[in-house]
Design a protein around this ligand. Structure first.
Ligand SMILES: *Cc1c(COP(=O)(O)O)cnc(C)c1O
Length: 388
């Protein structure tokens, strides 16, 4: 019998740490374990490693090293950007989109409980935010506009530069969650017009629990984590030195590899999308047909449950996702898909396949070989089918 294949197509949820990254991190767990704040050579080594990583992150996004602040991940970076601006802002109104990651949405909801007002902008059927709608939502009380660079579920890329220009016309700072964008397309804080930008290492070959917030010079933002004087006195807590070293290596590799990697992934993405839509009736593509992440496939099959598809794929060694990993424990259809106007019966049958640099054409062949049979079998036993 053929050995069971193992195909990982859930890179939007997390990625394996690249071997080069793991190797770079290792010494900082053991022989170079010093606390960067201490005053001896062991500590200086750790401090230098942190500063070198800061330089790598800054170079990758067109920033200065003093504008990079390490955090415990993308979630903390988003929390800090939004709550930090709220702390120092002169108004009480925030503009964001209805399809943000929960790190942004739940942060905004938590501020609403404290009396802030939030506008959650609608998106079109492809998941795009209209810059004109941003303009219309801004009031004299608006202190922040926050729109993600690219969506983690449907892969839609936003017109970030145009949205940032609207915010800046009103002298309002602009935050973008760029967690899915790093390594997928060119991210430059000046070109994008970002004043705040969130990054997470584990989405591009780095370790979990490490990220960064870019803060443009002179942006008014309060501290979020109180304690010691680390990170220019703005983010307390002993630095996660191995994690930071890993983030620096991973972002450098991701950005350097992008020109070669992105077209290869986009070709596999398009082969998957075409293959699925051609072979399986009553199926639609979610997200934008062209303005989408090179590695993102998101399709909806009528009359089936996403969870059932995942279980059958898993039995064949394929790791994929329905909706987003953070919400897969709930029965609510994905907020992203419903915001795009998908009927619940479509949203429930969604499948996300996100590619990574280790995926091969054979992986694509395998998915295209087994998926039509899975959908056919599930539809044959579906109680949803008779209702239609
Ligand atoms: C994964 C993700 C986050 C959260 O990052 P963590 O490092 O896992 O906390 C935030 N935003 C987007 C778009 C993501 O994909």
């Amino acid at each position: 019998m053929e050995r069971r294949r193992s195909v990982y197509m859930d890179h939007a949820a997390t990625t394996p740490v690249r071997p080069e990254v793991a190797r770079a991190m290792l010494p900082y767990f053991s022989e170079r374990f010093g606390n960067p704040s201490s005053l001896y050579s062991l500590a200086r080594e750790a401090k230098e490693a942190v500063e070198e990583a800061r330089g790598r992150v800054a170079a990758a996004i067109g920033a200065s090293p003093e504008e990079i602040f390490f955090t415990s991940g993308g979630t903390e970076a988003d929390n800090w950007a939004i709550k930090g601006v709220a702390l120092r802002g002169k108004g009480d109104h925030i503009v964001t989109s209805s399809i943000e990651h929960h790190a942004v949405l739940h942060t905004c909801e938590s501020l609403e409980k404290q009396g802030y007002r939030v506008t959650y902008l609608p998106v079109d059927e492809f998941g795009r935010v209209d810059p004109v709608a941003v303009e219309e939502a801004i009031t004299d009380a608006t202190i922040l506009v926050s729109v993600m660079a690219a969506n983690n579920e449907i892969g839609t890329i936003q017109p970030i530069r145009a949205i940032a220009e609207v915010a800046h016309d009103h002298k309002i700072p602009f935050h973008t969650d760029a967690v899915q964008a790093i390594g997928a397309f060119s991210v430059d804080v000046d070109e994008m017009g970002a004043d705040l930008l969130a990054i997470s290492a584990h989405k591009f070959g780095g370790p979990k629990g490490t990220g960064a917030l870019y803060i443009r010079k002179r942006t008014r933002i309060g501290t979020f984590m109180d304690g010691g004087a680390q990170e220019q006195g703005r983010r307390a807590g002993t630095e996660n030195v191995p994690g930071i070293v890993g983030l620096g290596r991973a972002i450098e590799l991701a950005v350097a590899g992008m020109p070669r990697n992105a077209p290869r992934l986009a070709a596999m993405r398009d082969r998957l999308i075409r293959g699925i839509l051609d072979a399986i009736p009553d199926t639609r593509l979610n997200g934008h047909p062209t303005e989408r992440l090179a590695n993102n496939v998101n399709v909806a099959f009528r009359y089936v449950e996403g969870e059932s598809i995942l279980l059958m794929l898993d039995a064949l060694g394929i790791a994929a996702s329905t909706g987003s990993a953070c919400t897969s424990a709930s029965l609510e259809p994905s907020h992203v898909l419903t915001s795009c106007g998908l009927a619940p019966e479509h949203a429930h049958g969604s499948l996300r396949l996100t590619l990574g640099y280790a995926n091969t054409e054979e992986d694509v062949d395998y998915v295209l070989e087994v998926l039509p049979g899975i959908i056919e079998r599930l539809r044959a036993i579906s109680p949803l089918r008779g209702e239609a």
